[in-house]
Every structure is written in C-alpha cells, then in structure tokens.
Ligand binder design. Structure first.
Ligand SMILES: *[C@@H]1O[C@H](CO)[C@@H](O)[C@H](O)[C@H]1NC(C)=O
Ligand SMILES: *[C@@H]1O[C@H](CO)[C@@H](O)[C@H](O)[C@H]1NC(C)=O
Ligand SMILES: *[C@@H]1O[C@H](CO)[C@@H](O)[C@H](O)[C@H]1NC(C)=O
Ligand SMILES: *[C@@H]1O[C@H](CO)[C@@H](O)[C@H](O)[C@H]1NC(C)=O
Ligand SMILES: [Cu+2]
Length: 624
C-alpha cells in the first residue's frame, strides 16, 4: 500500500482528502491535502494503530458575518477566511465552537482515545457536550447530559473516552437550545475492516454532510417568542455544512445572497460514500436527493444495512445515513437537494450543495432549485408519517440489517410511551390563577409536549455521578406528582442489567400533524414496527390493536438505530438488550420539545455495575 500526499487547488479552498479503500487487493491512494491543520487522527485505519486524538473546544457567543468575514458575501473569497461564518448570508448571533459552523469535525478510527477539552468561554451560560450515537460503555460519565450524567460545565471540563461505536455519528451541546445556536459537529469513527469495502471506492473525510435547519435569529429569542409570546416555530433556512443561500420565499425567483454553497467533489466512475447527518433542532424532516443519481443506503446511525438503492430519503433530527453515490453521469455539476418538511414548509426552506465531477466547470448546476412539498419521483426511504403505505414509500422496517439476527418473541420488560401535546396549565408557561390556558385567546395557546402526560424535570444533581443524593424521582407505572392538570417530575424507567426491553412509542398526534424523532442514549435498538393509524391515536388503541394481533413485529434482521421517527397518529416499536448500565436520557430530539420536558430517563443496573466515578469529578446540587 502506498500513500501519496498531493496538494490540490480547490476552488473553495476546502480540505480534500480521499480514502480509496482497496477493492480486493488493489492499491490504496490517499489524497491528502493540507491547508492549515492536518489532523493526524483522520486516516485510513489499521490494526494496532490506535491514537490519542485531542481536541480543544472553545464555546463562545459569536455572530455570522463577523469582522473576520471582511467583504463576504460581496467578495466571495472572503467567506472562506478563518473564523468567518457566512451561513446563508443573514446576520445573526450564534454560539460557536472555535468560531466554526458546524464546529470541528472529529474523525477517528475505532479504538482511538478521544480527549476533548471544553473551554466554556461564554459570558455566563453553562455547557455540556453529548456524543450522539456513541454508547459510552465504560465511559458513562462522559455522556454529556446535564444533571443526569454530569454537572453543567462552568469553565472547563475534559471528556475522555474510547471511540468504540463505529460509524457516522456527531456531537452536540445538550444544554438548553445551544445545539440550535450552533454547538454541534460531525463525529465519524472508521474501521480497520470495513465490511463494505466492496460497495464503494472513496470514503473521503470531505464527504460528511451535516444538514440542519436554521433560524434568522437566535434560538433563545425564538424559544421565548414561541412559548411566552405569539410567535411561530418555523425554520428560516436549511444549511449544508453551515453553508447555503437565503432562498426564503423564493417561489418566483429567489433573493439570492452570494454566500458559498457546499461543493462535493467526485471522481468520474467511482463510487463515493457520503455520510449524512441531520443536526437539526426544529421539526424539519429533510428530504435528500441528488439530481440524475440514485443513492444506495449502506448504513444508518452507524449500523450497516443490506444495501438499498433509492431516489430519495428522509432524515430526521439526530439520524444519520451513509449512502453510496456512483459518479456514473456525464461530467458536470448536479444539485444535492435538501428539502425541508413540516416546520420548514412555511418558509419554503430548501438548500442545495453542488455535486461536482472532477473536470467540471466551477458553475452552479443549470437545473432550478426550488422548494417542493412532494418527494422527488421514485422511491423514498423513511417517509414522513407513513407506515409504507405505497410501493414507493419504504420504511425502516422494510430494510434489513447487514448483520443477521433473530429476536425472541417475548421480552422481559415492555414500556408504552405516549408522545403528545397537551392543553394544560404548564406552570412554566401559564399561571392557573392569572393567565390559565382557558383564560387566554387562542393565539396565546401553546401546548405542552409530554411523555405519558408528564413533563420531565431534571434532578438537582446527576444521579449517575452523585448516587447518594436523594432525588424525588417518579417511576413508570406509578402515580406522578401533579399541580392541577400539570404533572412534572424526573421520570424514570427502571430496567435490570441484561433484561430485554421493548418500547412501544406512540405519537398520539392529538394536535396537528407533527412527528417526534426519538433518541435513546447509551444504546441502539432494533426497529421492529412502525405504522401510522390515522391523524391521531392513543396508547389504549395501540394496546388493543396489539392484543388483537394487529401489530406485526419484524423479528428477523431488523435494522438497528439510536434515533427514529414516531409517525404522527401512529407508533414505532423498538427493542434492545439493556446490557449497558447507567442513566440514559431518552427524548424527542426536537430542541424545543425536549427542553420543555418531552423526555424520560432509562436507569439500567445498580451503582455497583458502573465503573467508579472519576476521581475529582465535579459535583453540584441544591443548597438551603
Ligand atoms: C432573506 O430572504 C427573504 C425572503 O426573500 C428576504 O425578505 C430577506 O430580506 C432575505 N434576507 C437577507 C439578509 O438577504
Ligand atoms: C438529468 O435529469 C433531467 C431530468 O430527468 C434531464 O432533463 C437531464 O437531461 C439529465 N441530465 C443529464 C446530464 O443527464
Ligand atoms: C387551568 O386552570 C384554570 C384555572 O384554575 C382551570 O379553569 C382550567 O380548567 C385549567 N386547565 C385548562 C386546560 O385551562
Ligand atoms: C393522559 O391524560 C388523558 C386525559 O386525562 C387521558 O385520557 C390519557 O389516558 C392519559 N394518557 C396516558 C398515556 O396516561
Ligand atoms: Cu417532539
């Protein structure tokens, strides 16, 4: 094997590095481009080559189009300057890690040790970082959930763990709405022996596409405006690797800013592995397609699937898809289209990145980029609010895991979890004596996102690292504490280590046609069923249907994921073996929903099952 270091002169000045894995016993070519840092953990993975990969994350209040941007976007070259975050050309405050959007990508090999020093340079707010998709086995204390696994970071905290969950993952803040403000980035763990080497030729570190919805104001302003005033919660834009153009309301010819678009370079004839991540915070399922190309899905949330070729796919907040794109079209420029649904529809949010063949001119594709409320023609995988009603709508339950498995009929523990919006006097939003729900006009109504009619409340200190502190938990199956019609507590699902668990996740869908992307920390789970029953349903209805034999579970080769959508008015059923002890948050992955308490915590095992609390680990709690 040889590796070459070749500098390329790419128009947009991005690092270009291609891993061309050996097909059979062919030659490995490593095109390394060096501009600024060449992170030596980004590499082809080899047995015995384990490294310590260190990163420094400086979190700071920042701004798009800051002084670092000089004449960007009028002078496009200025947009590529260090510390310049052009976004879609609209100025807004944000929170950034190292003055980048997305924040720095972590790309390592399985088995590497990842050490991330978080410097909290914010004026007064705290921080935590969650490693989404990593199971944190043996490293439970670094899962990054404030008041569950650690105390909020005041000034400095070092995360230190082994990257043992291979695949396309990401990291993001788990504090407040910081993810929506910009605190996130890619986290890819490659493998020495990739069983998929013969399905693609190129796995470039540049072919990671972080997709997100985006606001034209701070997420905190949006949160307050939504929950304490009469504002909407609609997205303003979609960004691809932090780039885009302001296409808002571009129905008849868009107001085009000249900000750069993401460019994905491909080599004619070769098959390229693209890693898609939805880092979104609002309810914007994103439809991804590439003009004149199909996408072959080979993995989701880091787990391999039997390759499935589609025309488009829908990716929900928290999800990842690895797709192979074969550059088999005439040399040219093609749109990678990302079209937003639900809360991205009102402002017709669409974004494009350019798929550019080597040798193609530095032009935009000639096709029109326009918002579409329909899927592109052909097959769509992971469709919104659908149990796969038509031939062309393929749900995750219709796909097969690459690694065969046959699940047992019976599980040790079963939980029913109702996700719903409730019309209640949530004391965080109303005052039942002064301005109760039924005492204000409709435009002032805001409904509370809850799980089993409960709003999750964080405990005062993390039960994982401070197990001796008495906590007012409430448990699944018990009467919760309520204040009138508002019930709120630290909702805990208890499971013994090693038990098999089934969760029947129901989106009752009483209000509106939304959906909730569900995420579980510490695990991935088999997706054994998914269906939409109507515009609304209830847990009781789903239980009755199941008792009557009306729910078929896919127990043979179901796909494994850590993030999955629950269709509105329907259910998603997931299963896993609870072999990872700890306190694991499970929640709707929409920032506004989870911050308002659409969450619960899964408690697996006993303190004695856990590694010891790291020496000197910070503590926090109440004081009277
Ligand atoms: C973004 O697009 C909207 C709709 O066309 C327009 O009203 C707004 O002025 C644009 N913002 C900027 C900063 O260009
Ligand atoms: C791409 O597809 C469009 C629509 O089907 C077609 O009009 C166009 O000719 C195709 N482009 C190429 C380069 O084949
Ligand atoms: C909220 O509180 C008011 C005043 O106590 C009460 O009349 C009402 O039934 C409660 N619930 C809702 C949904 O308004
Ligand atoms: C939630 O509360 C409603 C109204 O009290 C009740 O009908 C429903 O059964 C409850 N749902 C769950 C899952 O407890
Ligand atoms: Cu939700």
């Amino acid at each position: 094997m040889i590796s070459l270091m070749v500098s390329t002169s790419e128009a947009d000045g991005k690092a270009a590095m291609n891993f061309l894995p050996s097909v059979g016993s062919l030659v490995l070519l490593l095109f390394l481009f060096v501009q600024g840092l060449c992170d030596d953990c980004v590499r082809e993975c080899h047995y015995g080559d384990y490294r310590i990969c260190t990163y420094q994350f400086h979190v700071q209040e920042y701004h798009t189009l800051s002084r670092a941007c000089y004449q960007c976007p009028d002078n496009a070259a200025d947009c590529y300057r260090q510390d310049c975050i052009p976004a879609d050309g609209v100025a807004r405050p944000l929170l950034a890690v190292n003055r980048q959007l997305p924040g720095p990508a972590i790309q390592v090999c399985e088995g590497d040790r990842v050490v991330v020093d978080v410097f909290n340079d914010q004026l007064s707010d705290t921080e935590t970082i969650h490693w989404h998709g990593h199971h944190m086995r043996r490293f439970q204390y670094y899962d990054g959930v404030p008041f569950i696994t650690q105390c909020p970071i005041q000034k400095f905290f070092r995360y230190d763990f082994l990257a043992t969950t291979p695949g396309t993952h990401w990291w993001h803040s788990h504090t407040g709405v910081h993810r929506a403000e910009g605190v996130f980035g890619a986290f890819v763990v490659r493998q020495t022996q990739d069983l998929y080497l013969d399905t693609y030729d190129v796995d470039s570190p540049d072919h990671v596409l972080v997709l997100q919805d985006w606001l034209h104001k701070s997420a905190l302003e949006k949160f307050s405006g939504r929950h304490h005033h009469t504002q909407d919660d609609f997205a303003s834009a979609i960004l691809i690797n932090g780039k885009g153009r302001n296409y808002t309301n571009m129905v008849d010819g868009f107001v085009e800013t000249k900000t750069p678009l993401e460019v994905v370079m491909v080599t004619p004839k070769l098959r390229h592995r693209l890693r898609l991540i939805n880092a979104g915070s609002l309810n914007c399922p994103l439809v991804v397609s590439v003009d004149n190309h199909t996408l072959t899905i080979i993995a989701t949330d880091g787990e391999k699937i039997v390759p499935f070729t589609t025309n488009s796919l829908v990716i929900y907040s928290g999800e990842r898809f690895d797709v192979v794109l074969k550059a088999d079209q005439p040399v040219g420029n093609y749109w990678i289209r990302v079209n937003g649904l639900i809360d991205c529809e009102q402002n017709k949010c669409v974004q494009g990145a350019v798929l550019r063949y080597d040798g193609a001119p530095d032009n935009l594709p000639s096709a029109q980029l326009s918002f579409d409320s329909n899927y592109p023609p052909g097959v769509v995988v992971n469709p919104l609010n659908s149990g796969g009603a038509s031939e062309e709508e393929v749900t995750l339950v219709e796909l097969d895991a690459f690694k065969p498995s046959i699940l047992k009929e019976k599980v040790d523990k079963q939980f029913f979890l109702a996700f719903n919006f409730n019309r209640i006097n949530n004391s965080l939003l109303y005052h039942s004596g002064l301005y109760p729900y039924n005492g204000v006009t409709k435009e002032w109504h805001i409904n509370s996102p809850q799980v089993n009619n409960l709003s999750f409340k964080a405990p005062l200190s993390p039960p994982l690292s401070q197990p001796m502190v008495q906590q007012p938990f409430c448990y699944y199956g018990e009467e919760p504490p309520c204040d009138g019609d508002y019930c709120s507590c630290t909702y805990v699902l208890e499971v013994a280590l090693g038990e098999t668990v089934e969760m029947v996740l129901v989106d009752e869908g009483t209000i509106g046609d939304e959906n909730h992307p569900f995420h579980l920390h510490g695990y991935n789970f088999h997706v054994v069923a998914m269906e939409r029953l109507g515009s609304e349903t209830t847990v009781e209805e789903v239980k009755a249907l199941d008792a009557a034999g009306g729910i078929k579970r896919k127990l043979k080769n179901p796909v494994k994921k850590d993030s999955v959508t629950i269709p509105d008015g329907g259910y998603t059923i997931v299963r896993f073996t609870a072999d990872n002890p700890g306190w694991w948050l499970m929640h709707c992955h929409l920032s506004f929903h989870s911050e308002l308490g659409m969450a619960a915590v899964l408690h697996v095992g006993q303190p004695s099952d856990l590694p010891p609390v790291p020496k000197g680990f910070p503590t926090c709690g109440a004081f009277t």
